[in-house]
Design a binder for this molecule. Structure first.
Ligand code: FAD
Ligand code: 2HG
Ligand code: ZN
Length: 472
């Protein structure tokens, strides 16, 4: 008998302490980069239970890996192989607690699935704008834990920008209730912003108060074929000027990324697929609070200008909501298509938008020189300066062997280039385990020292998601 497991069973009920059977959904990450072994998966049903679980773990000195939807791209939410770590799954805590219409806020449990929260906001007549391809399974706690970005950041910001308050269980098992919903509160250090993006290493988010927005009356989507990345940056500038706050999405996709969708999801009709005059495509979304006619006129003027100025060689505008959804579905299918192609090396990077074309030209050439035939799956949120600059083994190559033999070399090459261009090695996915040993090379010693001091102050025992973000 394990006294800690007995204590946990008393807190959450024996049914919610999982030790047997197939636990792969909790122990293996989405990308299949790591498979761990948990001492147990604990599924508390409310904040008091989370607090009691953490207290019991702190007393026993046991490590906790907080987990929401387990869609982390950086191996951030699965246990290590030791068999000593507990996975604390927030999935049972999935209630939308309240919508405050006058305050334009919604308060929800951390385990609420993002799509369910979007739908609850919609039913109340509002928009909760955070949007990403994993929204059917990722949770608000995970979104805030990673400070997720997604496809609407250009207008609404990332998860941090959408959050007004948190409820957090500390490493000592205390509950901090910061669900004020205040837009202004300058009473000292911002604890909320400390926990957001801390990837479960400083505290366990149990609930959040989030911003709501008026729903746009119309959303239009266009897909344009572009001759180059320079053209994409020029088109983004035009879109800012001509759509203003109506620009809610600006995604770029290289032809090779799209070809993977064509190969693995042949039922999806990808516009301009394989067109040599279109090495890149962009998806642009224009949201409007006036009429469809107004939005369409604005959008058409933008696209006419883009064609006239040579930023785009061709473009289609979705004629219906269904067509718009199809275009978004193609874009959002790239991660899955890439996974179908095989294991790969991901770089979720940000670079000042103006420097992205030069960054890609330089880094593409360096990679091709080092590894002839290497395949670049380049796509992302150009409106935010965020590329998913991913690397796949040469055609026909063994993906596992490629990772084993080349990952360190490829990461160093790409991250050194990111640094040279003034960028960040993690734009929206976080550090997790995959980049924890990279951070000391790409973050200043002063910044790292401060981060370690914060970790030491909040979690002196080092029980919360150890080995993630910073090592002790
Ligand atoms: P998990 O994967 O379970 O956890 C992620 C991290 O947060 C871990 O470190 C975990 O310990 C911590 N955590 C989880 N819950 C809590 C909590 N309650 N309190 C404290 N810490 C917690 N990310 C983007 O930013 N933009 C995208 O466009 C995007 N697209 C994606 C598309 C796909 C197909 C997939 C698989 C992933 C994508 N992601 C994207 C990555 C991922 O970060 C997001 O899906 C999401 O934010 C993670 O939520 P989750 O609930 O799955 O968190
Ligand atoms: C996206 O934007 C996600 O689709 C995943 O952030 C990116 O698969 C990736 O590299
Ligand atoms: Zn992304």
């Amino acid at each position: 008998m394990n006294p800690l497991l007995d204590a946990l069973r008393r807190i959450v009920g024996a049914n919610h302490v999982l030790t047997d059977g197939d636990l792969s959904a909790y122990e293996q990450d989405w990308r299949k980069r790591a498979r761990g072994k948990a001492l147990a998966v604990v599924r508390p049903g409310n904040t008091s239970e989370v607090a009691a679980v953490v207290k019991a773990c702190a007393q026993a000195g046991a490590s906790i890996v907080p987990q929401g939807g387990n869609t982390s791209m950086v191996v951030g939410a699965v246990p290590d192989a030791s068999g000593t770590q507990l996975v604390l799954s927030l999935q049972r805590m999935n209630t939308v607690r309240a919508v405050d219409a006058a305050n334009l806020t919604v308060t929800a449990d951390a385990g609420c699935v993002l799509q369910n929260l979007q739908e609850a906001a919609d039913r109340a007549g509002y928009l909760f704008p955070l949007s990403l391809a994993a929204e059917g399974s990722c949770t608000i706690g995970g979104n805030l834990g990673t400070n997720a970005g997604g496809t609407q950041v250009v207008r609404y910001g990332n998860a941090r920008d959408l959050c007004l308050g948190l409820e957090v269980v500390t490493a000592q098992g205390e509950v901090w209730d910061g669900l004020s919903g205040l837009r202004k509160d300058n009473t000292g250090y911002d604890l909320r912003d400390l926990f957001i993006g801390s990837e479960g290493t400083l505290g366990i988010i149990t609930a959040a108060t989030l911003k709501l927005y008026p729903r746009p009356t119309v959303r239009l989507t266009a897909w344009a074929a572009l001759p180059s990345l320079d053209a994409a940056v020029a088109l983004l500038g035009l879109a800012h000027t001509h759509l203003g706050a109506g620009l809610t999405g600006f995604e770029v996709m290289g032809q090779f990324a799209l070809s993977l969708v064509g190969r693995h999801m042949p039922q999806l009709r990808v516009p301009f697929l394989g067109n040599p005059a279109a090495p890149y495509c962009v998806l642009i979304e224009n949201s409007d609070h006036e009429s469809e006619a107004h939005a369409r006129a604005q959008f058409e003027r933008l696209l006419e200008l883009a064609l006239a100025q040579g930023c785009a060689s061709d473009a289609v505008v979705a004629e219906s909501l269904a067509q718009a959804r199809q275009l978004w579905h193609i874009r959002e299918s790239i991660p899955l298509a890439q996974a179908e192609e095989g294991l790969n090396i991901k770089h979720d990077i940000s670079i000042p938008v103006s420097r992205i074309p030069a960054f890609c030209a330089t880094t593409d050439a360096l990679l091709q020189r080092e590894i002839p035939g290497v395949r670049l799956v380049n796509f992302g949120h150009l409106g935010d300066g965020n590329l998913h600059y991913n690397v796949q083994a040469p055609e026909g190559g063994d993906a596992a062997a490629f990772l084993r033999d080349r990952e360190a070399q490829v990461n160093t090459l790409v991250f050194d280039s990111v640094l040279a261009f003034g960028g960040s090695i993690s734009a929206e996915h976080g550090i997790g385990s995959l980049k924890v040993d990279k951070l000391p090379h790409y973050k200043s010693p002063v910044a790292l020292g401060l981060m370690r001091a914060i970790k030491q102050a909040l979690d002196p025992q080092g029980i919360l998601n150890p080995g993630r973000v910073v090592r002790g």
